[in-house]
Design a protein around this ligand. Structure first.
Ligand SMILES: [Zn+2]
Length: 306
């Protein structure tokens, strides 16, 4: 399978993002057709046939980007798969996902340890992004952590954390993602304001501005893990989907949520409508994605809106 390359022309200049959501393949003969393993091994396997195929194999691209995702595959009797020493889930067919936080270091190590005691490593270089930094010559406005604010906010944060911790077994993580709504991109992932020298939080998702009521669809298969019964103080009407393997989406500021917790949704299925509930200055969808603790850039899973 050819590796999908995408070039995103962003507002701040063209940024070439390769291998954003590449899925290397081990074909049924066990011959790795991706470019990330030693050509000599694949050639030899092709030339000699099945008898000498390597029984244990780790296949994943050797490069990614901050906020990006890689799909990989292992074959053989695996005892553990690690990303930088932390365990990574692997599906029954040997497929897995790793992803890299907005502020990920310049390299990461994937290690497959097999029951035979052998170990295979793949070093992944992670390209740095140039985030749009806006300097504001004003002190950062501080939200007062009053008792009444905390008593409202704490259960909201707990509900979000509980939703993110759910593993529903969804297979959406395997899919190429589609845009949940179309409109003007009014805020890029990762942008950050610096207030009189003090960095504020960065923008954790992508903003799609469109009129209130614009339908939102599931960007991939998922299971609804949170459908706010009443607007959250910042997120407004919040909807969250689990795509499996630790990958999840959050959709903020909705005018309407059209699904309920526990529902299984299919890619492209209507799930709600754009709004401006919660902390929002106009109708838009804020779509954020996480893989475990890593915050991801949704555009790296969808490709450009086109
Ligand atoms: Zn936003």
């Amino acid at each position: 399978m050819p590796v999908r390359k995408s070039v995103l022309a962003l507002g701040f200049g063209a940024l070439a993002i390769g291998t954003a959501f590449a899925a290397p393949e081990i074909d049924p003969q066990g011959v790795d057709t991706s470019s990330s393993t030693t050509p000599a091994v694949a050639d030899r396997a092709l030339a000699i046939g099945k008898a000498l195929l390597p029984a244990e194999k780790l296949v994943i691209d050797s490069s990614s980007i901050q906020g990006g995702v890689l799909l990989g595959q292992v074959q053989g009797d695996l005892s553990s798969l690690m990303l930088n020493g932390e365990p990574v889930k692997v599906a029954d067919d040997g497929r897995f996902m790793v992803a890299f936080n907005r502020d990920a270091e310049s390299s990461a190590l994937v290690t497959a340890e097999f029951a035979s005691g052998t170990r295979q490593n793949q070093l992944i270089s992670i390209a740095k992004r140039k985030w749009v930094i806006q300097r504001v010559n004003l002190p950062r406005r501080k939200r007062t952590a009053s008792a009444s604010w905390l008593s409202r906010r704490t259960p909201e944060l707990e509900a979000i954390a509980a939703a993110r911790a759910m593993d529903t077994g969804s297979e959406g993580w395997r899919q190429e993602f589609t845009w949940p709504a179309r409109g003007r991109i009014s805020g890029m992932f990762g942008n950050q304001r610096i207030y009189a020298g003090t960095p504020g939080g960065y923008h954790t998702g992508i903003d799609i501005a469109a009129p209130t009521g614009t339908p939102i669809v599931a960007p991939a298969d998922g299971v609804v893990t949170l459908a706010a019964a009443k607007p959250f103080s910042l997120e407004g009407n919040l909807l969250m989907l689990d795509h499996g393997m630790g990958l999840n989406s959050a959709f903020l500021h909705l005018s309407k949520i059209a699904v309920k917790e526990g529902d299984t949704v299919r890619k492209g299925q209507y799930i709600g409508n754009i709004g401006t509930t919660g902390s929002s200055t106009g109708p838009h969808l804020h779509w954020s994605m996480k893989w475990g603790a890593a915050r991801l850039d949704p555009i790296l899973l969808t490709g450009p809106m086109g």
